[in-house]
Write a protein that binds this ligand. Structure first.
Ligand code: SF4
Length: 337
């Protein structure tokens, strides 16, 4: 049965900085755009969803790749074998928690009009913007139906947000959707510590990896609320993603995405310049041409409000220091925004 996207749950986080009046949104589903404009004004919403000149400039530096179909389409019939293996391991039959499936306009500009399905991440970062959102449950069939509905609604790609805990179910869902006509490229946006086993299950199926590097030095774990083992897992994960798809490419000069590859993100934290510099060093070692987005919109939400050191937004000076660090390293595809 076709899914009615209009009837799907919508959850977003909206934060107004009292000092500057700046409004930021966690995500902006296209469906509620008019309501957000009515409430917060056209400019505030445009700032959140529009591609900045710097972003367009960085995208224009990406190498042109050839036009090709989504990877999973040429992975058939291997995809069926993979699903059979995943089913034999008992990994394809669970239901998975999610909180939204929507055409989304506020993500990376490089994604264009992305059809995003937000799965629930329970890693528990102190400042997670997705905390306390209402949840639903999806079977592989339910996920496949939503991917097809997003394609039908005009999405440029399908984006799995926080997919790491649900790989088996997602591979099964992808096979079901492909059999029913899904042709859009798949973007995998994770927290950057997917296991190598899971990444092998995804090899040849995902078009674009868009992982976050949450932190890189074990001593920063406490600040974030994750495990000190995260950096080792993250480094292995990013290297494997790079091996699979290489750096992000675009398909033609005028397009914002439509190309595959790896792009890395890192959320700059207050007092986090040194951490960001170590992230840039890691990128430099991996591939100086890799596109990186250093995100500067950190907000001290939830438990972070009461944790000294991460209880404020980042400053203009911190942002400038990270931009300078990227410049010093001659990394040319770093967006600091
Ligand atoms: S990894 Fe991301 S989605 Fe998961 S809890 Fe942390 S901030 Fe939230």
């Amino acid at each position: 049965m076709a899914v009615d996207l209009e009837a799907e749950l919508i959850s977003i986080s909206v934060v107004t900085d009292e000092a500057t009046g700046r409004v930021s949104f966690s995500d902006v589903p296209q469906r509620i755009l008019p309501a957000l404009v009515d409430t917060y004004g056209k400019q505030a919403v445009a700032n959140a969803i529009g591609a900045s000149p710097g972003e367009l400039e960085m995208i224009n530096t990406l190498e042109l790749g050839g036009v090709r179909p989504a990877r999973y389409l040429s992975a058939r019939p291997d995809l069926a074998t993979r699903v059979a293996q995943i089913e034999a391991e008992g990994l394809a039959h669970a239901t998975v928690p999610y909180f939204m499936a929507a055409i989304n306009l506020s993500d990376e500009a490089v994604l264009g009009k992305t059809g995003a399905i937000y799965f629930v991440c329970r890693k528990g970062c102190h400042f997670c913007q997705y905390r306390h959102f209402d949840e639903g449950q999806l079977t592989p069939e339910g996920i496949a139906e939503r991917m097809l509905a997003l394609q039908q609604a005009g999405a440029d790609n399908i984006q799995w947000v926080s997919p790491s805990a649900y790989t088996g179910v997602l591979v099964k869902a992808l096979a079901l959707a492909a059999a029913d006509g899904l042709t859009l490229p798949v973007v995998h946006k994770s927290e950057g510590e997917d296991s190598l086993e899971d990444l092998r299950r995804l090899d040849g199926l995902v078009d674009m990896y868009l992982p976050d590097i949450k932190f890189i030095r074990p001593e920063a774990a406490e600040r974030i609320g994750l495990s000190p083992e995260y950096p080792e897992r993250m480094k292995a994960c990013i290297r494997e993603m790079y091996r699979q798809v290489g750096p992000l490419k675009r398909q033609k000069k005028s397009s914002l995405l439509q190309g595959g590859g790896l792009m890395v993100r890192h959320l700059l934290m207050p007092n986090g310049v040194e951490e960001a510099e170590r992230v840039l060093d890691f990128i430099l070692e991996l591939d100086p041409a890799l596109p990186v987005h250093i995100m500067t919109g950190y907000e001290p939400l939830h438990a972070a409000k009461d944790r000294p050191g991460i209880d404020r937004p980042v400053t203009d000076d911190e942002i400038a220091q990270v931009a300078e660090a990227a410049h010093e390293r001659e990394l040319t595809r770093v967006l600091v925004r």
